[in-house]
Design a protein around this ligand. Structure first.
Ligand code: SF4
Length: 283
């Protein structure tokens, strides 16, 4: 490789290594059956390219790398079923980000996706910017759209009761949604809408850095875990999102329709309470 390109290439190799995709350095021997490492693929590209490896080159190399032979993955103490954020999502993390900056970046009249057409208010999120617990729903409903605050309708009142049963106040936690504008007729957010708006959710979570993320319903859990599995496959299990404990439970709106599921949700919330060192509210 051209010696002028080498230092920058090494920076990118170390960065990719930090993302857990190693081994990359040419000096390291790849594991048996691993095929060429991403570093080797990038090195070959860098030798031929006019500039140092870009994030796109990293991603392209990751895609071209042959699947290694099946080998047991090292067990994570928390991860049981999650798939983590993509390389692109990891790259998009902004150091020192704040909720104010995220809200500012959305702008007063965001029209990035088609949900802007029928909304009344953008529903960004509410609560403690240093919360240890963040609840993530799918999107605003009619009441939320009118008031500009998440979970204020009937389902929101039930969520508030759940929070209080955990010996917390609503203002102690942070509450937000995957999409910030109301889907028409309260339908589920569509793929393109989630893809457009969810980076703001990632930034909110990165800015708050809670101890626990509690996903309310399948939409938020599937978005953060990048999975299409049904929520019943992993509800109540401890998972991982960028190093933060994540648990998924049923959406309060589901509980309004299926009150018999409240017991399951309470069990999930008790797991959260155990992690946060909370005792149930005495009656
Ligand atoms: Fe913008 Fe998100 Fe609203 Fe779409 S849902 S218009 S991306 S704020």
């Amino acid at each position: 490789m051209d010696h002028t390109k080498r230092p920058r290439a090494e920076v990118w190799f170390r960065y990719a290594d930090d993302l857990g995709l190693g081994p990359y350095y040419l000096g390291r021997a790849p594991r048996l059956n691993d095929g060429p490492s991403i570093g080797q693929i990038i090195a070959a590209d860098a030798a031929a390219a006019p500039s140092s490896p870009s994030p796109e080159m990293l991603a392209a190399a990751a895609r071209r790398r042959p699947e290694p032979a099946a080998a047991p993955a090292p067990a994570s103490p928390l991860l049981q079923a999650a798939t983590g954020p993509s390389l692109f999502e990891a790259v998009e993390r902004i150091e020192g980000d704040t909720l104010e900056r995220v809200r500012g970046d959305i702008g007063p009249e965001c029209a990035r996706c088609k949900l802007h057409k029928a909304r009344t208010k953008i529903v960004f999120g509410v609560g403690n910017p240093k919360a240890e617990l963040v609840f993530v729903g799918e999107g605003p409903g009619r009441d939320e759209d009118a008031q500009g605050e998440p979970f204020v309708g009937r389902a929101g009142k039930l969520l508030t009761q759940m929070i209080e049963a955990m010996s917390l106040r609503r203002e102690d936690v942070y509450i937000c949604n995957v999409v910030k504008c109301r889907p028409p007729e309260n339908r589920l957010p569509e793929k393109d809408e989630i893809a457009t708006c969810s980076p703001f959710l990632y930034r909110q979570l990165d800015a708050i850095r809670p101890k626990v993320i509690c996903c309310l319903g399948a939409c938020s859990a599937q978005t953060l875990l990048a999975t299409t599995q049904g929520i019943s496959r992993f509800r109540g299990e401890w998972l991982d999102w960028r190093g933060t404990r994540l648990i998924a439970t049923y959406h309060p709106a589901y509980l309004l329709r299926n009150p018999s599921a409240k017991g399951e949700v309470w069990k999930d919330l008790q797991k959260v309470m155990a992690v946060l060192g909370l005792k149930p509210k005495s009656r």
